[in-house]
Design a protein around this ligand. Structure first.
Ligand SMILES: NC(=O)c1ccc[n+]([C@@H]2O[C@H](COP(=O)([O-])OP(=O)(O)OC[C@H]3O[C@@H](n4cnc5c(N)ncnc54)[C@H](O)[C@@H]3O)[C@@H](O)[C@H]2O)c1
Length: 255
């Protein structure tokens, strides 16, 4: 059995997931870096003191169950799970195809559902309790997110799911929370800046400056800003926090 607490993280080869992996590693976790892109997961795992990498496409419940099972048989424990993988594609609401809607929900919502189920089953079998964090979004709390109607709907669903999971898993000493980032500088944001500039007929710099202007703390968010709050939610400092959706957005949306 691994002597360190073990955490599995999805979509951890890039952006926010990679920062979460790095921060949790710094705080003494053995990190299982998972991503649909195995190369990026392997590169990150190789840079951390105690980590391994696994290919995981969160849209496959069979693959999710298999990976969680492999983590438990390899390490003998599963203390925490972060369902972070997510995608976006900016388009006008009237232009979103059924295929794009399905793709978005399969990763952003169903993926969180499948991972939460498998992680919770494993934690219940082990009887050790645990903590789960789902990466939602500022767009999980307000629909004022232009050209992202499918994304908004998929992320609102994550908050409801988080609450339902928190309620049912509490008797098993498993806490479940969401984190709601704002405008975070990652490859996803780079793609969104370009799409929004095209859709609004402005420059990428105009879009970026608009996001900064919308943020009272006056800068774009870093992946590390999010990672530190995820680490708090997984720690004993948050021992009595469950079913919450914590905003980490520099004040860009206050609820
Ligand atoms: N960047 C932002 O401004 C922002 C704001 C709020 C919320 N978020 C959320 O944060 C999370 C991480 O986003 P990011 O900005 O780091 O994006 P990113 O594109 O940099 O990273 C996303 C990662 O998810 C992986 N991924 C994609 N499809 C997958 C699948 N089917 N199975 C497993 N992994 C898959 C990708 O390979 C990539 O490594 C997402 O859930 C996103 O919705 C991002």
């Amino acid at each position: 059995m691994n002597t360190l607490p073990v955490v599995g993280i999805t979509g951890a080869g890039s952006g926010i997931g990679a920062a979460i992996a790095t921060e949790l590693s710094r705080r003494g976790f053995h990190v299982v870096v998972t991503d649909v892109n195995l190369d990026s997961a392997e590169r990150l795992a190789a840079s951390l003191p105690s980590a391994d990498a696994r290919a995981l496409d969160v849209t496959s419940p069979e693959q999710v169950e298999e990976v969680v099972g492999a983590i438990v048989s390899h390490h003998g424990r599963l203390d925490a799970w972060v369902s972070n993988a997510g995608v976006s594609k900016m388009q006008r609401f009237v232009d979103i195809s059924p295929a794009d809607l399905k793709w978005n929900f399969e990763i952003n919502t169903f993926g969180v559902f499948y991972c939460g189920q498998s992680a919770a089953r494993a934690m219940m079998r082990l009887g050790t309790g645990g903590a789960i964090v789902n990466t939602a979004s500022m767009a999980a709390k307000q629909g004022r997110a232009p050209f992202l109607a499918d994304y908004v709907a998929s992320k609102f669903a994550v908050l409801g799911l988080t609450q339902a999971m928190a309620l049912e898993l509490a008797p098993h000493k498993i806490r479940v929370n969401s984190v709601c980032p704002g405008f975070v500088a990652t490859p996803m944001m780079d793609r969104e800046q370009t799409w929004e500039a095209e859709l609004r007929g402005v420059t990428v710099e105009d879009v970026r400056q608009g996001w900064v202007n919308d943020t009272p703390l006056g800068r774009l968010e870093t992946p590390e800003d999010v990672a530190k709050v995820v680490a708090f939610l997984l720690s004993d400092d948050a021992a009595f926090v469950t079913g919450e959706a914590i905003s980490v957005n520099g004040g860009a949306f206050m609820d």
